[in-house]
Design a protein around this ligand. Structure first.
Ligand code: UT7
Length: 317
């Protein structure tokens, strides 16, 4: 179906540490670190999400050693691009000077896995060959910086991957669960054409319920992988999990009785960057030369919707 031939990432320059939030709301470095593992996050205070997504895309294309003209499709996953229209994918396409089709997917934090699933189907049907996937998020746009239960969690960032025809994707499964009210944000724009009354557009989340959903989702995906591929958690070299909270990752790791080094993290530096968290992490490990050809990677994400998605990929670059 597909293999990954290049990765990239980009984060904005402005860094907000926990002391920044101690000045904004009734919180503490101790609470944030012990409950989430987050120490800093990057926030897009200047420039556009398109520019951030473009940098990640450019890095992925260079890493894959392919030119924008060689692309057959661009898929962006994001909660929202810079515009309602054009799509973020079209904005990036124009900036990298590609000529291929481009569209957005919104599957919240599971957006990167959903994009891989769509790309895999289109590559398998021989409709497209080289696909650029970008997951780029400007969560700071939706965060209420007076709500301590959410503002400390999220950061902005972009991750990208170039995929092409190959046999590296061993398993992929995306889905949904009931729970729209557990995690949502609207556009903040008026919905009623006559009253033009503005909606409150901030992220609202039932953290403890999402925490349970997250751990159950990842653990049941691992079970399913075990059944379908006849492999055990021990056979997986890298667990690249959505970086929402260090305690979620640790609960999963301990249940699976796996060592810490198989669960790399980036939430301590970048916070929860939604769909961007997994491709950003993948790029970091790729550039550090951590992945060896043949390594089995397990990717799993969960988010608003509720969306969920997991896959197993052999590193084949
Ligand atoms: O990417 C999408 C998926 N999202 C997630 O996976 C997030 C999953 N959920 C979580 O990561 C955790 O539930 C949170 C980090 C959001 C919250 O941690 P928690 O341990 O579940 O805390 P809680 O919501 O149960 O709140 C415990 C206490 C409350 O105070 P009381 O009622 O016990 O007095 C909160 O008001 O912690 C308080 N609290 C805070 N205190 C200091 C909540 N936020 C803060 C804060 N600083 N920033």
């Amino acid at each position: 179906m597909l293999k990954i031939i290049g990765t990239g990432r980009a984060v904005p320059d402005f860094i907000a540490d926990n002391a920044f939030f101690e000045r904004l709301v009734d919180t503490s470095d101790e609470w944030i670190v012990s409950r989430t593992g987050i120490k800093t996050r990057h926030i897009l205070t200047e420039g556009s999400l398109t520019e951030l997504a473009f940098k990640a895309a450019k890095n992925a294309l260079d890493n894959a050693n392919i030119k924008p003209n060689d692309l057959d499709l661009i898929i962006c996953s994001s909660l929202q691009g810079d515009y309602i229209t054009p799509s973020l994918a079209c904005c990036v396409k124009s900036k990298i000077k590609a000529t291929c089709p481009a569209f957005d997917i919104n599957a919240a934090c599971a957006g990167f896995i959903y994009s891989l699933n769509v790309a895999a189907g289109l590559i398998k049907s021989e409709i497209y060959n080289n696909v650029l996937i970008i997951s780029a998020e400007r969560l700071s746009k939706f965060v209420d910086y007076t709500d301590r239960s959410t503002c400390v969690l999220f950061g902005d960032g972009a991750g990208a991957a170039v995929v092409t025809e190959g046999n590296a994707l061993r398993y992929i499964n995306v889905g949904t669960e009931e729970g729209i009210e557990l995690l949502f944000a609207n556009s903040g724009l008026p919905q009623n054409c006559f009253t033009k009354k503005r909606e409150q557009g901030f992220i609202t989340m039932n953290g403890p319920e999402i925490f349970k959903f997250a751990t159950q989702t990842v653990l049941s995906a691992i079970k399913d992988v075990g059944k379908r591929l006849s492999i055990k958690a021990d056979d997986i070299k890298w667990f690249l999990l959505h970086q929402a909270n260090g305690r979620i990752i640790d609960t999963i790791r301990k249940t699976l009785k796996q060592p810490q080094e198989k669960f790399p993290e980036n939430h301590s530096k970048f916070g929860n960057t939604s769909a961007a968290s997994i491709p950003m992490l993948m790029d970091e490990l790729n550039r550090e030369g951590k992945f060896k050809k043949g390594d089995l990677l397990f990717l799993s994400a969960f988010g608003g919707g509720l969306t969920k998605g997991s896959c197993v990929i052999t590193w084949d670059k």
